[in-house]
Design a protein around this ligand. Structure first.
Ligand code: ACM
Length: 358
């Protein structure tokens, strides 16, 4: 495929993240998502395992997390969670497809499911109700709650234990956490990973708390990016997930049934126009580890919904991370043959404009 980009070599981090917290997807569905990721040349699958609406990973010593907080999701159940045996199946399937599985437990915000499950994470000992809506930014761990430190250390020790690579701590949209407390909580969380030999990834809001060799994931370049640039200058590696290009939960067009529009609509040509090294002025391109598309699942219910949102846009992401921004004409000319393969494999996909699908 012809390319016209200065980025002619593959990025090390070629990722997709899947939100299994807003909507739980069973192991077999996640493995089918891995098949899609592999088919476009990706090498990382990041699972967003906790959020306000659900907790999806059984943590030794904290059975109430899945007992109380795994049955929910956006709009209700049925929910679900992964046992350690499930995780092992996922990790093996990932390895067979050349994917590194990256677990995320998102704290200190996005934490209503944890607060709902564990009395001792609440300052007053009162568990908040289950949350099944789509708002963000209202929940927070509290540094002075009796169980916070033990909980954080146990959760991330376990993540480091089961992960083959870095562990994602979240850190985004913690709007209900006062700034000083946010810093103390993120430092505690990061230390709970580092102190047992793990490597931290965090969303961009936590950039100032990261150390050389760790990863910061940028999702909204409209938010402050100077802390990301500063972190990169200290040797933190940058993963780019700019919402307006690679948030594949955005609707294709206003009339699309599935998806959200908070940053606009995103057709295939928009995703294909991402030039990672040009995204953030002042960011040293050498600090960019790669790109990760995300799929948040507030509006998605089934594997077919997931597949429909990923394809064809994830194919563009695959081109960008392996070869640089694709030349539209040759990329578009190649897509009908790829769509025939998607059909053969039973993957739903969207007929984006600008392509002669046949
Ligand atoms: C994010 O979309 N809050 C990472």
């Amino acid at each position: 495929m012809a390319v016209h980009s200065p980025e002619s070599t593959a990025y090390a981090w070629r990722g997709l993240s899947l939100d299994v917290a807003r909507r739980f997807f069973p192991v077999d569905d996640v493995i089918r998502v891995m098949d899609i990721a592999e088919s476009v040349g990706l090498n990382r699958l990041h699972l967003h395992l906790s959020d306000d609406q659900g907790w999806r990973l059984d943590i030794p010593g904290w059975p109430q997390l899945v007992e109380r907080s795994s049955g929910s999701g956006v709009g209700g159940g049925p929910g679900g969670f992964y046992t350690e045996a499930d995780w092992d199946r996922l990790a093996l399937a990932a390895e067979r497809r050349g994917l590194l599985l990256v677990p995320e437990i998102d704290l200190p915000g996005h934490s209503n499911a944890a607060l709902h499950a564990v009395e001792g994470l609440n300052l007053d000992g009162v568990r908040p109700p289950v949350y099944e809506g789509v708002e963000v930014g209202f929940s927070s761990l509290r540094i002075d709650a009796p169980d916070t430190e033990r909980f954080v250390r146990d959760v991330y020790r376990y993540l480091v234990d089961i992960a083959e690579g870095p562990v994602h701590i979240g850190g985004d949209e913690s709007h209900a956490t006062e700034a000083v407390e946010y810093g103390r909580l993120v430092d505690l969380i990061a230390d709970s990973v580092r102190s047992v030999g793990g490597t931290v990834i965090a969303w961009q809001e936590a950039a100032a708390h990261l150390e050389p060799g760790e990863y910061v994931q940028v999702w909204d370049p409209r938010l402050a990016v100077q802390p990301v640039i500063d972190a990169a200058e200290r040797g933190v590696q940058v993963i780019l997930s700019p919402a307006s290009y690679v948030y594949l939960d955005m609707k294709y067009r206003e009339s699309s049934e599935l998806g959200l529009t908070w940053i606009g609509t995103t057709e295939l040509d928009r995703t294909a126009a991402l030039e990672p090294s040009r995204l953030i002025d002042g960011l040293d391109p050498a600090s960019i580890a790669g790109v990760e598309a995300t799929l948040w699942t507030e509006t998605l219910r089934t594997f077919d919904d997931v597949s429909y949102m990923l394809l064809p846009r994830l194919a563009a992401v695959g081109e960008i991370v392996r070869h640089g921004r694709p030349d539209w004409d040759s990329f578009a000319a190649d897509l009908p043959a790829r769509a025939a393969e998607w059909e053969r494999r039973g993957w739903a996909w969207h007929r984006s404009p600008g392509v002669t699908w046949g």
